[in-house]
Ligand binder design. Structure first.
Ligand code: FE2
Length: 199
């Protein structure tokens, strides 16, 4: 299993090397996220590194709503992935979890985010936040792991995710907004298959 640079550019390679070194040296996810922040902010501020094809929605996507999840990089062992999530104007993700820590930030457009916490078998909405391009946050489960995002801009929103699993290929959960009931959920990626889909 080897690392997969789907978007193989000096910018992505330099970012990944920096992240890998940081994670290896950090004593906790909190410390790693803190140390990765400057490099992640640079990526969000750089208008040129992400080609147009990774900013496109995907009509047949696993997320629904035309939402495209494009893999940019992942490790062979499933311990890290970098991907863009493209949400058309007015579309929203299901309420979902990630099951891994990392950083999520907005690259283009604006989004509203709703954060939920499971409580007494139901989901409680605990936070609403609005994100603009350049805004980002650390996601360290169980805190902030369950959310839903909706694009509020007229243009398609593009967010960049750096998470410590192969997020598109792991089985995680989507939640019913009314009952809070969880169902198995795998979003997949638009542009690459998951290992067991190739068998
Ligand atoms: Fe998410």
């Amino acid at each position: 299993m080897t690392d997969e640079f789907v978007l193989d550019t000096p910018t992505v390679r330099a970012f990944v090397v920096r992240v890998q070194t940081t994670i290896a040296d950090a004593s906790s996810p909190q410390e790693a996220c803190e140390a990765i922040r400057p490099g992640f902010a640079e990526l969000l501020a750089d208008a040129h590194w992400l080609p147009a094809e990774y900013r496109e929605p995907a009509p047949e996507s696993g997320m629904g709503g035309g939402i495209g999840q494009w893999l940019l990089y992942r490790t062979g062992d499933g311990s890290l992935s970098l991907f863009s999530l493209v949400v058309p104007a007015g579309a929203e993700t299901p309420i979902h979890d990630h099951l891994a820590w990392g950083l999520v930030g907005l690259y283009r457009g604006t989004q509203d985010e709703e954060v939920y916490v499971p409580r007494d078998g139901a989901l409680e909405l605990v936070e609403r936040r609005s994100l603009r391009a350049g805004d980002f946050y650390a996601l360290i489960p169980p805190r902030d792991d369950i959310h839903r995002v909706r694009t509020t801009s007229a243009e398609t929103s593009v967010s960049i995710h750096l998470l410590t699993n192969d997020t598109g290929c792991v089985w995680r959960h989507a939640f019913d907004p009314e009952s809070g009931e969880a169902r198995p959920f795998r979003s997949g990626y638009v542009n690459v298959a998951c290992a067991d889909e190739l068998d």
